[in-house]
Design a protein around this ligand. Sequence first.
Ligand code: ZN
Length: 102
Amino acid sequence: MYAYLPHTREYGIRVLDMSKPVDHQPIVIRPVPYCPFCGKEHPPSLRTEWEKRMHDRGLDPTIPRNPFSEPLPDGLDGEHWWRQEQQKSPNAVFGYPPLHTV
Ligand SMILES: [Zn+2]
């Protein structure tokens, strides 16, 4: 199963715990550098930047989360935080738009 993590802008193959129902698992992926559909390189992951922002707010970024069901402050549960950075500095690392949402 292919997945996109909007909060870290990562694409990859979903890693599942077969002992639990899929709907109750946080989305954990093994990132892939290229799109399996068109072969284009994915934009760089924003995990390091995201983790820094989580630490700054006293939140533990190592806890696997389901970004669709666990709200986080300042748009950190989705694309909002890096879309804002993108508008401030479109040529920085944030400036690459995601290729797909799956
Ligand atoms: Zn593609």
